[in-house]
Design a protein around this ligand. Structure first.
Ligand code: MSP
Length: 531
């Protein structure tokens, strides 16, 4: 079985994650489940990034020891992933002993190879980002990443010789076009960071103590990003006495990161791997953000939404659908209460739920609940629907090759619209007219046509239910149950569009999504944002 190793960033464990932060994990979980359905041996890694000054400060604010603080925080993260049904295979914490030991070994290796050297650092330091910046990197005198104040700092420190690898990195980008997705992020890195001259990276700190100590010089603490990035390897046992998992799963097939941490993953991370003489991941996917109408989500702006709040009221599937559908390839996706409710009412209720409901009730009304077989003659509308079904799978798979998930999901919804249109085109209710009446040739033809229509509707719904499985699992199962399809489905079940003979739908269909009162719900979400 071919393997598929997928990672998300390890999260800063400080407080609850809002819907934007949760996005990376939801995206990774969707891709993992899709790959799993395709038959891959998948492994999804996530975890928490627990060292550094920021965490030390937070713990102090809560009058706790840092370890005590992160123990609580890591549980909060796990609880959220459970509530969101994230199917991760391993949760790494950077305070795990095996990770700390491995990071120390990696540091010593770099030191002995001459990749890391000792020097003195002076620069502009952003505390929340735990990053140093040069004068020219500042934007209006502030941190270029978060826009907050920076302070001048000086300390004895170790440096990683990034310059040495700059040309090799650019060459790697050029020779491996699928390494960075989407493609435009590559030019961003080259033009904004590499070409202007890659600075050596300061990889130790002495100003605080909450971190992994340098083995050979313990007054230095290893820079959180060197500590954090290597989790993708240490989680698989790198440098331990059992590297079986590493052999099996490395290099990663997909590493997903938000745009704010692209620089760390597209520059420093591949360079660390080069220095370790390890192969680079096949693809690093950089996603855009979920923002609010007035910019970033933040408590101070009073515009934060937490996933649990949406899940509790609107369900997990609707929440995941919205998040995944909302972020385009090249720009940020915006959350507004209006958009959320409209997508719910139009896409989920009108388009999907009604299609299922109408179909189930027609099977009951015209064929006593049993999906009819039909004689195989296909008219124009049937043929068109069948072609569209096939094209939908092709389109979806093609988009997913580049991890353009919003487009992939849109392809399914276009097919849902196409299927709804098919009902209007074939108007089964008029074909069913006088079904009880006298036997004539014309009536016989009409019934054959009706059988074909119902048959094609059920076949299309089965396909839709399978295709939404990786991100709307409960809805998918509910749809198949209502259609009377009990078999276990996977991606290859899609090859069997017509395999629905003799199934019996449930007697009374149940709406999978109920129409919401638009104004009332918008107010409800707005109130949540103020909390
Ligand atoms: N700890 C680092 C990652 C280290 S990886 C070696 C970190 N953690 S984080 O908790 O701040 O971010 C986790 C993920 O959430 C990142 O992928 C980040 O881009 C993502 N997001 C944070 N806010 C977001 C939005 N508003 N929208 C979408 N994703 C966002 O960074």
């Amino acid at each position: 079985m071919e393997k598929f190793y997928i990672t998300t960033p390890i999260y800063y464990p400080s407080g609850k994650f809002h819907i934007g932060t949760a996005y990376t994990e939801v995206l990774a979980d969707f891709i993992k489940k899709y790959k799993k359905m395709q038959g891959y041996d998948t492994f999804l890694l996530t975890g928490t990034d627990e060292h550094g000054q920021k965490i030390e400060d937070k713990a102090k604010d809560s009058s706790m020891e840092p370890k005590e603080y992160v123990d609580i925080q890591a549980e909060i993260a796990k609880k959220l992933w459970k509530c969101m049904e994230i199917d991760y295979d391993k949760f790494i914490r950077t305070t795990d002993e095996y990770h700390e030991k491995a990071v120390q070994k990696i540091f010593e290796k770099f030191l002995s190879q001459g990749d890391i050297y000792k020097g003195e650092y002076e620069g502009w330091y952003c505390k929340p980002c735990e990053s140093y910046f040069t004068e020219t990197q500042l934007v209006d005198g502030k941190c270029p990443d978060c826009g907050r104040d920076v302070v001048k700092m000086k300390e004895e420190a170790y440096f990683f010789n990034m310059k040495k690898y700059a040309d090799r990195l650019i060459k790697y980008y050029e020779e491996n076009p699928s390494f960075i997705q989407p493609d435009f992020r590559k030019n961003e890195m080259i033009n904004n960071f590499i070409k202007p001259g890659l600075e050596d990276l300061c990889v130790t700190r002495t100003s605080f103590s909450w971190g992994i100590k340098v083995l050979s010089d313990p007054k230095h603490v290893i820079y959180v990003w060197l500590d954090a990035l290597t989790n993708y390897l240490t989680a698989l046992g790198y440098t331990s006495d059992n590297e079986e998992m590493l052999k099996k799963y490395w290099p990663a097939d997909l590493q997903i990161v938000g745009k704010d941490i692209a620089r760390f993953h597209l520059i420093y991370w591949p360079i660390f791997l080069m220095a370790l003489d390890l192969p680079l991941p096949r693809t690093i996917l950089v996603h855009n953000w979920i923002t609010m109408k007035d910019g970033k989500m933040s408590k101070s702006k009073g515009n934060v939404i937490y996933p649990e709040q949406l899940i509790e009221k609107y369900g997990l599937d609707a929440t995941k659908y919205f998040l995944l559908k909302q972020v385009p390839v090249a720009t940020d996706g915006i959350f507004t209460p209006e958009e959320f409710i409209d997508r719910y009412n139009y896409d989920l209720c009108n388009d999907l739920s009604n299609l299922l409901n109408r179909t189930v009730s027609m099977v009951n009304k015209y064929f006593e609940g049993e999906v009819p077989s039909y004689n195989g003659t296909i008219n124009e509308a049937d043929e068109d629907l069948e072609n569209s079904a096939k094209e939908t799978i092709e389109k979806f798979e093609k988009y997913m090759e580049k991890y353009e998930v919003a487009n992939a999901i849109q392809a399914i919804w276009s097919f849902i619209s196409r299927t709804n249109k098919y009902i209007d085109e074939t108007s089964p209710w008029s074909l069913a007219k006088e079904i009880e009446g006298e036997e004539t040739k014309e009536k016989e033809e009409r019934i054959e046509k009706l059988k074909s229509v119902i048959y094609h509707l059920v076949a299309s719904l089965k396909q839709i239910a399978i295709m939404i499985r990786p991100f709307m699992e409960n809805t998918s199962k509910n749809m198949l149950r209502q259609l009377g399809i009990e078999e276990e489905v996977n991606w290859s079940s899609l090859n069997d569009y017509k395999n629905i003979e003799n199934i019996k739908v449930i007697e009374k269909g149940e709406p999978i999504f109920m129409r919401l009162d638009r104004e009332e719900e918008i107010e409800y979400i707005k109130d949540l944002m103020k909390k």
